[in-house]
Design a protein around this ligand. Structure first.
Ligand code: DAH
Length: 353
């Protein structure tokens, strides 16, 4: 075979391998095998120096033409393969830029936390300070020092969560063997009167626990806010004025309030406060059971027996206390028909506030 024929044959062989190459990597090895230092075409072209002088020009021309052809074919094929590979990578990444983005939802305060803060702010504005109490409490603070008789029904196992240790024994705190999840924030009154200097103007928000099954009007765990004032010359008039002011701030000036006599062991006299029904405006409807009023809190003048437990002289000091349920107030303020919505964390409900 003459060298010209060999060049032709190589050129045809390389061009067909270029056409068959299915990736830029494969194409690169075709290039190296043909045009690399030891490549088939390179070696052929080197052989031209041995060709007799009279043929050399023609062979040289054919050789260069073959190399140019191969190089051009390589470049053309490379462009096609590179574009296809890029497209394949884009397809594999599969980002559909036309889809709407996933929004990050921003957290917000729960309705109950917000309302608690709102109520606290009302009282802070008239000089009250916030104190906190513990959710695990002894019977002494939860009942006894609040003048609750030993056989009071609220102390029963059916109403109160008693805390037991792992062996099933009653837990003990500070030598007191009856430990409970507090059923009311009123125990903070006793701690505050024991620990704080007089006069006292405090608010104590926090969670309380009762052995109730959750239904539209009961929760086993809810939030109370306790208030306590002890100072010289405090009267029932101060209690009324303060709580009327509070109701106006929280429910707005259109709602009326009334005080109804009631009984609590730790206050004397005691009362419950009602606000006029926001749904019927006081004429009577299903929400207020036809009465036109909704009960919102309990209150009263601190019972002298309680002062006896904390060494405060009732001849010198007097005071009042009140306790309200935040979940209940939330329901009345926002017309929530079922207390359980407040516990469920369902965003469709919570987003409304
Ligand atoms: N602790 C009472 C309850 O949970 C509410 C209460 C009533 C608190 C009268 C008070 C009060 O401070 O004076 O039902």
């Amino acid at each position: 075979m003459s060298i010209l024929e060999a060049i032709d044959e190589q050129q045809a062989a390389v061009l067909s391998r270029i056409a068959e190459a299915s990736s830029t990597a494969e194409l690169e090895s075709v290039r190296v095998e043909a045009l690399g230092k030891k490549g088939s075409l390179t070696q052929l072209l080197r052989g031209i120096s041995q060709v007799p002088t009279e043929e050399r020009a023609a062979v040289g021309q054919a050789g260069n033409a073959a190399r140019d052809l191969v190089e051009a074919a390589l470049e053309q094929r490379r462009a096609i393969l590179a574009t296809a590979e890029l497209q394949a990578r884009i397809n594999a990444a599969a980002i559909d830029v036309t889809l709407p983005g996933r929004a990050h939802t921003i957290g917000a305060q729960h309705l109950i936390s917000r309302l608690t803060e709102e109520i606290v702010e009302v009282f802070r504005g008239i000089g009250y300070r916030v104190v906190s109490g513990s959710e695990v409490e002894t019977c002494y603070y939860n009942f006894t020092a609040l003048n609750t008789p030993p056989d009071h029904p609220s102390k029963s196992l059916a109403d109160t969560f008693y805390v037991v240790d792992r062996s099933g024994e009653q837990s003990a705190i500070a030598g007191e063997s009856d430990v409970v999840l507090r059923t009311q924030t009123s125990g903070v009154q006793v701690h505050t009167m024991e620990d704080c200097e007089l006069p006292i103007y405090i608010l104590a928000p926090g969670r309380v626990y009762r052995r109730d099954v959750a239904d539209p009007t009961h929760l086993p765990q809810f939030t109370q806010i306790e208030g306590l004032v002890v100072d010289k010359g405090i009267t029932f008039g101060d209690l009324k004025g303060t709580l009327e002011y509070f109701c106006q701030q929280v429910f707005g000036p259109a709602r009326k309030t009334r005080f109804r006599p009631h009984f609590f062991p730790f206050t004397e006299p005691s009362a419950e406060v009602d606000v006029s029904c926001g749904i019927c405006g006081g004429t009577g409807c299903r929400s207020c059971k036809g009465t036109g009023w909704l009960e919102i809190l309990g209150c009263g003048m601190v019972d002298p027996n309680v002062y006896g437990y904390v060494d405060i002289d009732p001849e010198e000091y007097s005071g009042f206390a009140f306790g309200l349920g935040v979940e209940r107030i939330a329901c009345l303020k926002y017309n929530v028909p079922d207390l359980r919505y407040l516990l469920e964390g369902d965003m469709r409900f919570l987003r409304q506030f």
